[in-house]
Design a protein around this ligand. Structure first.
Ligand SMILES: Cc1ncc(COP(=O)(O)O)c(C=O)c1O
Length: 391
């Protein structure tokens, strides 16, 4: 049979794989060969889903909750999600939409906002799927370079500077992936006002909320109800594999988002939604807050340890489980360094170029979603790693 031409959509050319997959592939091969790897490239909590949530999921299955739910989600789950916001930030449950992960929420928001050629401002470095989702909807993600001086975050000033007549939205992530940095509450308020004045919409990715270590980290809903917020059960709640998240939309968008949800995925997974009804139970939250304190302890150990090893950590991360470490002192770009460190010390790290192009060769994302003993072992290995000396 003659070779058939492969027809590929142009957008595929602009959707890159996660570069860390190459590191992960090598790490798996090393493990298969009997060499244990310390995984500090991971983007999900190492803790299992809390027991009460798991049991509720099993019960849902046993009780036959295996059919579709309404497209916007189980009404009682939308209510529980709305109620978990503190007074002053609490949305009406009619504005809460349950989605397949924060990823599903992002797709709905961008599908509702972006026309071909429309621009969306995002931070570089930033979570790569954001720019890829904008591309998916034929928009243009405008990567705004951010550095330590702005806490690796967009600001009201940089948003204003990069706004053009084609810009429809700015997307901020606080705490951020890959930097763990947080937008201060006052700055967040200024961003809300600036985007409003410029006539666009603000999207705030709050997926790492709950995993914050001090400071005044409040939902943007404290400041506004004309913004889009996305969140998820993946990170703080430890439910990555359940694929469940939510968004809060301005009320005039809910009808359009409902039509999109009906068509794109019909509804989020039903057993996961029943399980999540218990995610906000007092004993579950107490357990999750204990885990948050463990993450903080790991951060407090790792930031000074990395600095002692010669990495520069210009901003102490206020949340998530990532440290964005400047490795320029070692004289190689971060991708080469990540490969060398893996081969020579069996520690897996993510190079900065997974998150954008601005100064990405200087940075490694170090995840502390692994236990403290492993982190101590990693630091010990790096202390005796010969590559450290070749600066
Ligand atoms: C900033 C950010 N947003 C959204 C997501 C999507 O997560 P999920 O679809 O599991 O909720 C992630 C996952 O790593 C993330 O880091």
């Amino acid at each position: 049979m003659a070779d058939r031409p492969v027809h590929l959509a142009a957008r595929l050319g602009e959707i890159q794989p996660f570069r860390v997959m190459e590191i992960l592939g090598k790490a798996r091969a090393m493990e298969a060969a009997g060499r244990p790897v310390i995984h500090m490239e991971i983007g999900e909590p190492d803790f299992p889903t809390p027991d009460a949530i798991v049991r509720a999921g099993i019960e849902a299955l046993e009780q036959g909750h295996t059919h579709y739910t309404p497209a916007l989600g189980l009404p009682e789950l939308r209510q529980v999600i709305a109620d978990h916001y503190p007074a002053g930030a609490r949305p009406d449950a009619s504005r809460v939409v349950v989605t397949p992960g924060g990823s599903g929420a992002l797709q709905l928001i961008l599908a509702a906002l972006v026309n071909p050629g429309d621009e969306v401002l995002i931070a570089d470095p930033g979570y790569p799927c954001h720019r890829h989702f904008v591309r998916l909807f034929e928009g243009r993600a405008v990567a705004v370079p951010v550095d330590a001086a702005s806490g690796f975050q967009l600001s009201a000033k940089s948003i204003r500077e990069h706004w053009t007549p084609r810009t429809v939205a700015a997307l901020v992530v606080s705490p951020s992936n890959p930097t763990g940095t947080v937008i201060e509450d006052e700055e967040l308020r200024a961003i809300v006002e600036t985007v409003r004045e410029l006539g666009g919409r603000l999207i705030v990715d709050e997926i790492y909320h709950g995993l914050t270590y001090g400071g005044n980290v409040r939902s943007v809903l404290t400041h506004a109800d004309d913004v889009f917020v996305l969140n998820s059960f993946s990170k703080y709640f430890g439910m990555t594999g359940w694929r469940l998240g939510w968004l809060v939309a301005p009320k005039e968008y809910v009808d359009g988002i409902e039509r999109l949800a009906q068509n794109i995925f019909i509804a989020a997974a039903t057993p996961a939604q029943y399980a999540a009804l218990h995610a906000f139970d007092a004993d579950v939250i107490a357990e999750l807050d204990r885990r948050r304190d463990i993450f903080r302890e790991r951060r407090d150990y790792l930031v000074p340890a990395l600095r002692d090893l010669g990495f520069r950590v210009p901003v102490v991360p206020g949340g998530a489980f990532y440290i964005y470490a400047d490795c320029s002192r070692f004289g190689r770009d971060s991708e080469t360094l990540a490969r060398e460190i893996l081969e020579q010390t069996a520690i897996a790290l993510t190079p900065g170029n997974d998150f954008g192009s601005f100064e990405s060769g200087r940075y490694l994302r170090v995840s502390y979603a692994t236990d403290l003993d492993s982190l101590r072992e990693a630091v010990a290995r790096l202390q005796s790693w010969p590559g450290r000396e070749s600066t």
